[in-house]
Write a new protein. Sequence first.
Length: 66
Amino acid sequence: MHYIQQPQAIEAKSFDIIGDIIAQTRPDYRFASPLHEAIIKRVIHTTADFDWLDILWFSPRRFFRA
């Protein structure tokens, strides 16, 4: 069995898996933007909770890029 040892590769694989799970379980789900997708996937990665697809909301007046 092949084990991924580089932390960045492990993280990238995790995000691929998250994307696959979303595509399989919620094929009609669409992210509002690439930035929203990155944030929501990060939250799912951190919490292992896919409910964030429905409960995380963004306010255009409170959403800033640093």
